[in-house]
Design a protein around this ligand. Structure first.
Ligand code: DAK
Length: 263
């Protein structure tokens, strides 16, 4: 891999988009390598992913403008599909993905962060969908995911005005869950990932699926989705061990449940 780094520590995998000379802009090769990296994640041992960018200036400064500038209509559609497919793979990935946004998250950079489950950022982060200034619409799900994550009115203002926002405003509108000094971002992402990773893995996966699938439908159907995924947990060792330890009031044993079996 030329542009993607992947390392696993304990039960957490960290994917780093590593193209700092171009502020980690997404070209076709980056998207292909990211896709292959996700396919290679060992879901038996990894329980949470962190996605970040190399360097301390940029998470992802967008899709590669140089590559896009010469695309024909058909090539543009193919590039859009490549991006959409890998972003959707991230969004529906069985385990949680935390975006640790360390600087610019513009255009495709903001969009890829919105495909992750949780966004946290550094104080120097900047978010925006500048596409209309380039004569295009956000093409990697920006019009859809931003409007769902923050209010439609705020999403429309950001997109129509192509206005970038800083970390504190991203926090205020709910686009990110927390803002940290630059040097604390990755340690905080790792701490959160470790907390998630030590919980019952099947329950965590089912929560992700229930939330994601439920948001696509009406409340009656969403609750049916929840019931089914709740029921599935009763076939796991985690449920038996977790509830058993609680009923035995055995605090020591409760600790021993971690990490949960049957992943
Ligand atoms: N693409 C390619 N190269 C980029 C880049 C990008 N998006 N952003 C930065 N770079 C490169 C710069 O060209 C420069 O390269 P060299 O000149 O050194 O070779 C290097 O990174 C450093 O950038 P700057 O010199 O500009 O650094 P500054 O600190 O001065 O400025 C900046 C940082 C982030 C404010 C600035 O680089 C900037 O405005 N970058 C562009 C940001 C942007 O507009 N991003 C959105 C791109 S549009 C589609 C689906 C999706 C999309 C499109 C189509 N389909 C469905 C078909 C997505 C579109 C986008 O993401």
């Amino acid at each position: 891999m030329e542009f993607i780094l992947y390392e696993v520590k304990d039960m957490v995998g960290t994917i780093t988009i590593n193209r700092p000379k171009a502020l980690n802009a997404l070209n076709s090769q980056v998207l292909d390598e990211l896709d292959a990296t996700l396919d290679a994640v060992d879901l038996d041992t990894v329980r949470c992913l962190i996605l970040t960018g190399a360097g301390d200036k940029s998470f992802v400064a967008g899709a590669d403008i140089g590559e896009m500038s010469t695309l024909t209509k058909a090539e543009g559609e193919a590039f859009g599909k490549k991006g959409n497919d890998v972003f959707r793979k991230l969004e529906t990935f069985p385990i949680p993905v935390i975006a640790a946004i360390n600087g610019f998250a513009l255009g495709g950079g903001c969009e890829i962060s919105m495909s992750c489950d949780i966004r946290i950022c550094s104080e120097n982060a900047m978010f925006g969908q500048p596409e209309v200034g380039l004569g295009i619409t956000p093409g990697f799900g920006g019009t859809q995911r931003l409007a769902r994550l923050v209010s439609p009115g705020i999403a429309k203002q950001m997109i129509y005005a192509a206005r970038n926002i800083k970390a504190d405003e991203a926090y205020r509108i709910g686009l990110v869950n927390a803002v940290y000094p630059v040097e604390e971002l990755i340690p905080q992402a790792e701490k959160l990932a470790a907390t998630i990773a030590k919980n019952a893995p099947i329950a965590v996966r089912n929560c992700k699926k229930a939330i994601n699938d439920g948001l696509q439908t009406d409340m009656d159907n969403a609750l049916v989705i929840e019931e089914k995924l709740f029921g599935d947990c009763f076939e796991t060792e985690d449920q038996k061990a977790g509830m058993g330890n609680f009923l035995e009031k055995d605090k020591e044993k409760k600790l021993k449940v971690v990490p949960f079996k049957n992943c």
